[in-house]
Design a protein around this ligand. Sequence first.
Ligand code: 4AD
Length: 476
Amino acid sequence: EAAKAIKLVEDPSKPAAKKIKIKDTTDHRNVRVAISGWVHRLRQQKSMIFITLRDGTGLLQCILADKLTETYDALTMTLETSITLHGEIKELPAGAHAPGGHELIVDYYTVIGRAPGGDEAITNIVAPDADPQTKYNNRHLTIRGDVASANLKVRAAVVRAFRRSYDDLGLLEVTPPCMVQTMCEGGATLFEFDYYGEKAYLTQSSQLYLETCLPSLGDVFCIQESFRAEKSLTRRHLSEYTHIEAELAFITFDDLLNHLEDMICRTIDHVWNDPQIRAFIQELNEEANREEKKRFEKKEVAEIKHYEFQPPQRPFRRMKYEEAIAWLNEHGIPNEEGEPHKFGDDIAEAAERRMTDILNTPIFLTHFPFELKAFYMKKDPSDPRVTESVDCLMPGVGEIVGGSMRMDDLEELLAAYKREGIPADPYYWFTDQRKYGTTPHGGYGIGLERLLAWITGRWTVKECSLYPRWMGRCTP
Ligand code: 4AD
């Protein structure tokens, strides 16, 4: 058949095609356009080819008819071929459906880059039911799919919305270093590397650096990668994740909680009020429900959870750690040793998830015992057993935010270094904040991938990262 293929020539009498992106198609109906993209879906009929074109900004149905279907390129067309299509965008007849409510009636095209068919066809490499390792080995191809790309678009919208909210509230963005010589969240999860013969680490959190910016820039935030050498494989731990952190001066613990609640609600409102992004979230939730049903059928989960994201109501439920311990015991949820929880126990991931799922509302879990928390946290003046600390827990994921008031007293901080066996020298610049005009201050860190898993209903945070890293995976 290929031998009989004809060669296409563009009709010189037609007006020049205007180069546009799919997102701009509605404004360009009935004019001649040129649109470049990749063949996302392909349906071939006698003398008709239906291409769903993808260019990253959207999808477009394109129709090739008659002579256009008889070229070598048309006869050997495969998914993922890159192509430029010329033609006019026409509104669909009533009752017909396609993205945007219109289609491109193609009059000329050129193939830019062919893609393999057969064994190497994209559908054979990243089949919807492929095992997760195969999907992650081929993440560069998986991200071309509807689910992964929708999730990445929601991610971009969330990041954009955070920046907008911080701007609304007057916090300034800074970019702290990723290569550091101090730890923030404990030695156990530090990635160490050789820095010109000196020991250095990948940052676990930008918090200590944000604190130093307060006297210089006022309240600040950053959106920066954090790194944790997590030695466990869970659904919510990555080795590299995007950390949204903020630090505020001259505040009380209550101010911190109110600010955090405001930031989360404001940001989600910005995201939710964008109709395109809301549609992506709803599609992702529906897909999550289909996946949950499969897990239930395969007996991977004991009950079916329904995903339907709704912006949270204010105020968030506030619960002290001590109340949570009592709540877990009242509800027969044991600690990791299978015994009733007692004051001082770390609330493990399973118990925390269980509690959040039952309460099914955002929770500010506060006042953790100081032994469970990082060295820098300020103690509660009314109860020295606990710190002015907060974890924000969301249904479906559990903890998505960790924050606290910081020790602002020099002597107390020096004593904390001693207690924790931390050498004070490398921290001189952090300590100096307490020496040169100390202030009460506090802040928090939000795990972007966890926040997204909550919004889009992902089973694991890995799906919320462009190229996720976890124990055993640092590629592609
Ligand atoms: O609770 P964490 O460890 O708190 C801090 O790092 C503070 N220094 C932040 C601050 O106050 N500026 O981490 C904060 C959040 C967690 O709630 C979680 O959402 C996320 O970061 N996170 C992770 N996300 C993915 N993978 C991991 N391994 C994570 N570890 C923490």
